[in-house]
Design a protein. Sequence first.
Length: 115
Amino acid sequence: QVHLVESGGDLVQPGGSLRLSCAASGVIVSATDMAWYRRFPGKARELVASISSGGSTNYTDSVKGRFAISRDNAKNTVYLQMNNLKREDTAVYYCRAQFTGWGRFGQGTQVTVSS
């Protein structure tokens, strides 16, 4: 059974940094397309960053140059390094494992950017 546990969300000032972690079980992250999504209050989840099983990465335009997705195969964990955070990055962030025809989200972690 696929199980994803996000952590690392926090309250941070604008311009600050956070690193989110997604610990996976029941799936091998190095062999799976993985992604980070976020949900703003009252809106649907949106894709933030993805990393393919082959290691290719993609980012939504609003985070390019500020966020970086990576994975640690030994720890079976995916990360999202977030730098130069802005108030508009405030959201619940979710890790997702994508399979053919279906996917699985974790429970999410709250990121709040505020002074």
